[in-house]
Design a protein around this ligand. Structure first.
Ligand code: SF4
Ligand code: SF4
Length: 430
């Protein structure tokens, strides 16, 4: 495993971190504990020493805590988890959440503690008003929190303001070859590193869209690249999959301390660890960077809605599979219209007799405020409807969907969604 140094603490951190948000789940939605433990155990075997979870990932902290106890691995990992700051209405809430997180994780300390999904400096200022700076100092003194940072999904301009608003230890940003100028972007990466912060990367493959879901034309660019081996002083590894290219592109940046990958199986841990071993800063050749530049151009032509499939906007009270709709829409540009329509019909449960189409959106607005990609979801669902169910097809399907509503299934969808008000969509922030 390649290790990089946290410039502020001197801690050695594996270049590859384990993101726990996408642990496998069973049919009823609960995390598959045994599968998660196999992934954590393999990560430890591969030398990964950083693990990222969050209060708001359902069942996740408890799963990690139980895994550490079963496997006896607590001291092999640096644990990162996140404060659901939007739910902190008074100073006592800070203690209440941290107490609960320590209990769930079955530990006495959080190594890297993040303000979860900060999108504007005003959110931090509100916490300052609750006394969070003195609170952090007390927790550090007690050893309950070792380092403090934030995960970020706001604009590039606000990012610099936020960096200067506190003496942060680290930050976590969305970064990949399709997002160089999106959110914090390359400018934010360099600004944070320039201030001496450790920079951790999330969404290095854009929720898989730069991996297995890469458009066919973009994949052909990679398959046809002349230099399909990654070589460095640490060895060599074949660049035989889009994911390998995407991860290597991130690690190529010397400002990156660690990259989080939501690995869903031990085999995926092995694959990514093999690349991490070789992908030192500056590992890509000029030709390989140029190939990725061509892939970026092709990808942007089909990336009509920048949805990463994170599910933070779900559930929709009207039963619409929002990320499924956007995945189908993008697929219609990446892989052809018929492929997109086929995916849309599956995502909309057309065959169930109770379809939930993009046209079922009533613009209630419950979803968009939770989207870290700032997608205007109701407007973009109109685009989905227009492209994937044009003319009479749309009219017929809308009539079917309307009948389903008449049967009361729409109410059932709302009732069964377990909606919990403002805190609901934050449940899967990153
Ligand atoms: S705005 Fe539309 S998609 Fe969003 S939650 Fe409301 S009905 Fe669902
Ligand atoms: S919250 Fe945004 S990015 Fe995440 S699944 Fe919903 S629309 Fe996509």
């Amino acid at each position: 495993m390649q290790y990089r140094t946290d410039p502020k603490s001197g801690e050695r951190i594996s270049a590859l971190g384990l993101g726990c948000m996408r642990f496998p789940r069973g049919v009823l939605g609960a995390i598959d504990q045994e599968a998660a433990e196999r992934i954590i155990a393999r990560a430890a075997e591969q030398g990964i020493n950083y693990l990222d979870t969050a209060y708001l990932y359902p069942g996740n902290e408890a799963c990690v805590g139980a895994a550490f106890e079963h496997l006896g691995l607590r001291d092999r990992f640096l644990i990162a988890t996140k404060l659901p700051h939007a739910s902190c209405k008074k100073a006592a809430d800070l203690d209440r959440y941290l107490d609960e997180q320590l209990k769930r994780l079955r530990t006495d300390r959080i190594d890297y503690y993040l303000m979860h999904n900060v999108t504007s400096p005003a959110q931090w200022e509100r916490l300052v008003g609750l006394g969070i700076e003195a609170w952090i100092a007390r927790q550090k003194e007690r050893g309950r929190i070792r380092r403090v940072g934030f995960s970020y999904h706001g604009s590039a301009g606000d990012f610099s303001t936020l960096l200067d608003a506190y003496d942060w230890d680290f930050c976590q940003i969305q970064y990949n070859y399709a997002n160089e100028t999106y959110q914090a972007g390359t400018a934010g990466l360099k600004a944070a590193a320039g201030r001496g912060l450790a920079v951790f990367i999330m969404e290095p493959l854009l929720g898989g869209r730069l991996a297995d879901k890469l458009p066919d034309r973009a994949r052909r660019v990679l398959d046809g690249a002349e230099e399909r081996v990654l070589a460095s002083a640490a060895g060599s590894v074949p660049l035989d999959a889009p994911a390998a290219w995407g991860l290597a592109w991130v690690w190529d940046h010397p400002e990156v301390t660690m990259l989080l990958s939501g690995m869903a199986s031990p085999a995926m841990v092995d694959d990514n660890a093999a690349i991490a071993q070789v992908a030192l800063p500056g590992c890509l050749s000029a030709g390989q960077r140029a190939a990725i530049g061509r892939v970026r151009e092709v990808f942007e032509q089909s990336n009509r809605v920048p949805c990463t499939g994170c599910n933070y906007c779900m559930p929709c009270p009207h039963g619409i599979n929002i990320p499924g709709c956007f995945a189908a829409y993008n697929a219609s540009y990446a892989h052809g219209w018929f492929t997109g329509v086929s995916q849309y019909f599956t995502a909309s449960a057309i065959r169930s007799g109770h379809p939930r189409l993009a046209s079922n959106c009533v613009r209630c607005g419950a979803c968009a405020r939770h989207c870290p990609q700032h997608i205007e979801i109701p407007d973009r669902l109109v685009d989905v409807r227009r492209r994937l169910t044009p003319g009479p097809v749309g009219a017929i399907l809308s009539r079917i969907a309307g009948r389903a509503d008449d049967t009361g299934s729409g109410r059932g969808a709302a009732a069964s969604s377990g909606r919990g008000g403002a805190s609901r969509g934050q449940g899967r922030e990153c």
